[in-house]
Design a protein around this ligand. Structure first.
Ligand code: G3H
Ligand code: 13P
Ligand code: ZN
Length: 316
């Protein structure tokens, strides 16, 4: 069942975070649904502009519609990740998306508000909710380091009041991709809980979103490298930080990179160990099972595992 992102946030707020997972193809979608059913968790499917362009957005949307039939027990929202204004309007008008993210964080504070406000007006008229971003995630803008990129809590309060956005992606020390915390190589920066806490005090009950939440597990990187990969030493967001952040109002935790690492490890190991094989379904089966396992594990750490009955009861 597709629900609104707001419905999931209201139920989860302060207790656990909902996993927001990026998907690009059928195998990922199947693993995603299996992992969430197995762990009895509500979830958010994220589609990036790159994912929409990879083949054709209609394929991806059709896969999700089919998955809703194949997995009738699933409760989830469909979300556009890192949208431009144009992509947001396309998704809002399609009637398929529960929510869109307008990412105008690279614009000035005033322009970010103006753009977000336009998207909010059009989205709300169609019952779609809007995630906006304030602050700059490290690693995205490599030349901006340290606290200058972090979201300023007083600005967050003003931004939400003026733009009317329904949730806010906050810059709290994370970055996208496998190489996080690049400002200080080798040194784990960790999350800025002080920023999250301050925003929660100013905006009680308001849902925050954490981007760049992959943990880039060392054993995964080691296995990829042992099977011929060439990844550099790296680390991500400790999974133990998910629940404390959720208790401070982080309702949505975005994970993409860790799923890509599972794909890379599965395929490298598969062809290393079985070089005679050439049926794409063979590694595909392993990948779907391993991705489902990763999703179930993340949901345990986010606290969303086991919440499905409660969500269903509260949705009425
Ligand atoms: O934040 C970006 C997401 O990981 C999506 O990545 O644009 O390569 O699909 P993508
Ligand atoms: P990761 O690169 O840490 O998985 O973050 C994904 C993300 O924030 C998608 O919006
Ligand atoms: Zn992101």
């Amino acid at each position: 069942m597709i629900v609104t992102t707001d419905q999931l946030f209201k139920i989860a707020y302060g207790r656990y975070a909902v996993g927001a997972y990026n998907i690009n193809n059928l195998e990922q979608a199947t693993g995603l649904f299996r992992g969430n059913i197995e762990s009895q968790a509500p979830f958010i499917i994220q589609i990036s502009r790159g994912a929409r362009k990879y083949t054709d957005k209609r394929f991806l949307e059709a896969i999700i519609r089919a998955a809703e039939d194949v997995f009738p027990e699933a409760i989830f929202a469909v979300h556009l990740d890192h949208g431009t204004e144009e992509a947001c309007y396309d998704c809002i008008d399609s009637g398929f998306y529960s929510s869109v993210m307008i990412d105008a964080s690279h614009e000035s504070f005033e322009d970010n508000i103006a753009i977000t406000k336009r998207v909010v007006e059009r989205a709300h008229a169609r019952g779609v909710s809007v995630e906006a971003e304030l602050g700059m995630l490290g690693g995205v803008e490599e030349d901006i380091v340290g606290s200058v990129c972090l979201t300023k809590p007083e600005e967050a309060e003003e931004f939400v009041a003026q733009s009317g956005c329904d949730s806010l992606a906050v810059a709290i020390g994370t970055s996208h991709g496998a190489y996080k915390f690049t400002a200080e190589p080798g040194k784990k920066m960790g999350l800025h809980f002080d920023v999250i806490e301050d925003i929660q005090k100013r905006l009680p009950g308001y849902p925050m979103v954490m981007h760049g939440s992959s943990s880039v597990p060392k054993d995964e990187v080691d296995r990829i490298n042992a099977a011929g990969g060439k990844m550099k030493d790296t680390s991500g967001v400790p999974e133990e930080d998910f629940l404390p952040a959720a208790r401070m109002g982080v309702c949505k935790v975005n994970i993409d990179t860790d799923g890509r690492l599972v794909w890379t490890r599965v395929h490298r190991e598969f062809f290393r160990d079985q070089p005679e094989k050439f049926d794409l379904r063979d590694p595909g089966k392993v990948y779907m099972a391993e991705y489902a396992k990763m999703i179930a594990h993340k949901n345990e750490k986010l606290g969303s595992a086991g919440q499905l009955d409660d969500v269903r009861a509260k949705l009425g």
